[in-house]
Design a protein around this ligand. Structure first.
Ligand SMILES: [Zn+2]
Ligand SMILES: [Zn+2]
Length: 362
């Protein structure tokens, strides 16, 4: 087993603090990854504080993991020592059900093993995430991070990137289409870059006038302040795709009416309360309201290749693990441009005294 040093929470009100944990002995298809960087997703904060009501402790959050392969199981074929790799929201699934065979492991009928605050497929062994020096993951759930991608800025692609890429592609974003990105945060800022790279004309819709400059810098051709009904009247019927990244309570109706006939509004933000919706907003114009949950492994790999080909990376604030609690406080106020990424170098240094994992098998 490999001893990893991690940052964990032990209760909904506890701060993140160092914790030593054992990563499992490598099985034939496992890869031991030395984690370099891990993104701080808003869902890390929700789950650390048990805001979704299903948290178990101790919890090591983090599902935007990038690093290098340090050890290989005896049957691993897809990776070599030193490869730059990533791990997103899942670390295992049944591999046999319909969704798994269709490359939609996130919808595994037995329930995928999520990277943290979940269990392995044995449904007993807890999973611990990426605020950690090392992780052991079976190779099917390990992504290749192309050399063109700067490692730290690529980390958020493993969740924020695939969460926005998948619905943009599924609903036809491309040259000649108009896309509205609602909300400019961790998800929205990556969505703007991806939609532009896919060839669409991109508008940012936001209620904060101070996002205007950033929207332009990130590549949006238009910024629409949606603080008043006037903007919604003016933009009616304009967009092919509306990607809604907002997790605050808001009505979907005004955004649906921005779609051209047959257009799609895809939601990836999760408001804490049920949303009221008028059927007429969908019926008028044959509009589609769709949800989207991350993406399967093959699609996530395609997203990384796409980002490498088009220079798409997250805008990040790199922090040492010792500043995670401060980052959480700021994240709770949406005070970040646009993703915190933890540099695990200081944890690696602190772990330095611990014995190294047994030598590599090949
Ligand atoms: Zn996430
Ligand atoms: Zn399955």
């Amino acid at each position: 087993m490999a001893t990893a040093l991690a940052f964990a929470v032990t209760s909904p009100v506890a701060p993140l603090a160092p914790l030593e944990l054992q990563r499992r002995e490598l099985r034939p298809h496992d890869v031991l990854i030395e984690i370099s960087f891990c993104g701080v997703c808003h869902s890390d904060l929700h789950q650390a504080r048990n805001e979704w009501g299903h948290s178990s402790y101790p919890m090591v959050p983090g599902h935007e993991i990038v690093g290098e392969v340090r050890q290989l199981g005896s049957a691993v074929t897809r990776f070599a020592l030193g490869d730059r790799v990533g791990v997103g929201c899942m670390v295992d699934s049944c591999a046999e059900c319909g969704p798994c065979r269709a490359g939609q492991e996130q919808f595994c009928e037995r329930g995928a093993a999520f990277t943290y605050n979940g269990t392995e497929m044995d449904r007993r062994t807890p999973t611990y995430g990426g605020y950690s020096t090392h992780i052991v993951v079976q190779e099917h759930f390990v992504l290749r991070v192309p050399a063109a991608l700067e490692l730290a800025r690529a980390a958020p692609l493993l969740c924020a990137g695939i969460t926005t890429y998948s619905p943009l592609v599924r609903w036809g974003t491309g040259p000649g289409t108009r896309v509205a990105v609602v909300g400019l945060g961790g998800l929205g800022h990556v969505a703007v870059k991806l939609a532009r790279a896919l060839g669409a004309e991109v508008s940012v819709l936001s209620t904060s006038p101070n996002k205007r400059e950033d929207a332009a810098r990130l590549g949006a051709q238009a910024f629409e302040l949606t603080a008043t009904p006037e903007a919604f009247r003016r933009l009616r019927g304009r967009f092919d795709v509306v990607l809604d990244t907002v997790s605050a309570v808001h009505d979907y109706d005004p955004y649906l009416r921005l779609l051209r006939p047959g257009g799609t509004m895809a939601v990836v933000g999760i408001p804490p309360e049920p949303v009221r919706l008028r059927a007429g907003s969908l019926i008028g114009g044959n509009r589609v309201l769709a949800g989207s949950s991350i993406g399967g492994l093959a699609e996530t790999q395609r997203m990384l290749e796409f980002c490498a080909a088009h220079g798409v990376l997250a805008d990040i604030e790199l922090i040492p693990a010792s500043r995670l609690n401060e980052a959480y406080e700021r994240l709770a106020k949406n005070d970040v441009k646009y993703r915190f990424v933890v540099d695990l170098a200081s944890l690696h240094a602190r772990r330095g005294a611990a014995p190294e994992p047994a030598s590599a098998q090949k």
